[in-house]
Design a protein around this ligand. Structure first.
Ligand SMILES: [Zn+2]
Length: 337
């Protein structure tokens, strides 16, 4: 296997390394997969392997000072974020705007300043406005020969079919939990319990695991979401509806919140079914056991179905507030309150 600093996604790394080694690069790639699964990290590493002066299909190692000393100048400068022929474009004010695509296009029209190629990474391409996506389409149809576009999206369903059809699609799946756990211990010196908890919570999304390991507030947000959920099960109509209203105004939090809730109820069901060793929320084992005694398994199953339906409805652009109202009102009440 090619030696890229990437956790999981071995097949993708092998494929991309081979494409470079064989000099068969396409002009556009789209990395899809769940949020924080590692799409941008892989795109950046791919970009480095493309631009690396050694052209072996592997980027130079730049992880520690010793390795960096033998790395080529290009890989070193990319790692430092100051290489002119690699640009990363992300949403501004929640959307990728046509002005950003126009800047990309005028930059793309010029020859590379340093090497043979210019690489542009466009993150979360589903956030492109319609004019921006249409403008980008022109570049995807007739890219300057030295240009490579690397797009990412966790919502492939929202990407224009005309954009999809012009990209090589690399669909990333979550990494095995044991790999994530080992990585947290080895690279980030996480305590074994912490590494196991974060690996399970991540569901194999490497980016999420690293983020949670480095920033304790990620876990604090999770704890707040779960505490809210528990409070809501014993709340009346009013409390449930005001929660729905508050969340409906925080578009960025909705999917994460519903995902955490789904994992929670799934854990409750695992305890009820006598498989507590498989739970995700390891640090709340006692609470899960207690909750498992408060509901019938059918109630928990119905709630899981409700959560999945709510996610689908929100993704299908229904009235978010209404979908959350329905969900909140249908949350089960404990049998023994
Ligand atoms: Zn290099």
């Amino acid at each position: 296997m090619a030696n890229w600093p990437i956790i999981g996604h071995e097949w993708a790394v092998d494929l991309l390394a081979k494409v470079i080694a064989d000099d068969r690069l396409s002009h556009a790639y789209l990395f899809t997969g769940p949020a924080q699964v590692g799409k941008t990290t892989l795109a950046r590493t791919f970009a480095r392997a493309i631009l690396c002066e050694k052209q072996t299909g592997e980027p130079c190692a730049v992880g520690d000072p010793d390795a960096r000393a033998t790395a080529c100048r290009t890989c070193r400068r990319i790692a430092e974020g100051r290489y002119p022929d690699l640009q990363i474009i992300a949403a501004e004010k929640n959307t990728i705007q046509i002005e950003q695509v126009r800047v990309l296009q005028s930059d793309a029209a010029l020859s590379p300043l340093e090497g043979r190629r210019k690489v542009f990474i466009l993150r979360e391409i589903e956030r492109a406005t319609a004019p921006a996506a249409n403008a980008l389409l022109k570049t995807l149809e007739e890219p300057p020969p030295h240009v490579i576009l690397l797009l990412t999206s966790h919502r492939r369903d929202l990407v224009l079919p005309t954009v999809l059809s012009r990209c090589q699609i690399i669909n990333l799946r979550p990494a095995p939990l044991t790999q994530v756990q080992a990585m947290l211990t080895a690279r980030f010196a996480a305590e074994p319990t912490q590494a196991e908890l974060l690996a399970r919570l991540s569901g194999g999304r490497v980016g999420w695991a690293v983020e949670a390991c480095l920033h304790p507030e990620v876990n604090a947000v999770r704890n707040r979401c779960l505490d809210e959920l528990l409070a809501l099960t014993t709340a009346g109509h009013g409390g449930r509806l005001s929660w729905a209203e508050a969340l409906s105004h925080q578009a960025d939090l909705i999917e994460e919140t519903l995902g955490l809730w789904a994992a929670w109820w799934h854990d409750v069901l695992l305890v009820q079914r006598g498989a507590p060793e498989a739970i995700v929320n390891l640090d709340r084992r006692g609470q899960l056991v207690q909750q498992a005694g408060l509901y019938r398994p059918e109630q928990v199953e119905a709630t899981l179905t409700d959560l999945m339906r709510t996610l689908q409805r929100i993704r299908a652009n229904v009235n978010v507030r209404l979908a959350l109202d329905v969900l909140a009102l249908r949350l089960p009440k404990p049998i023994v309150a």
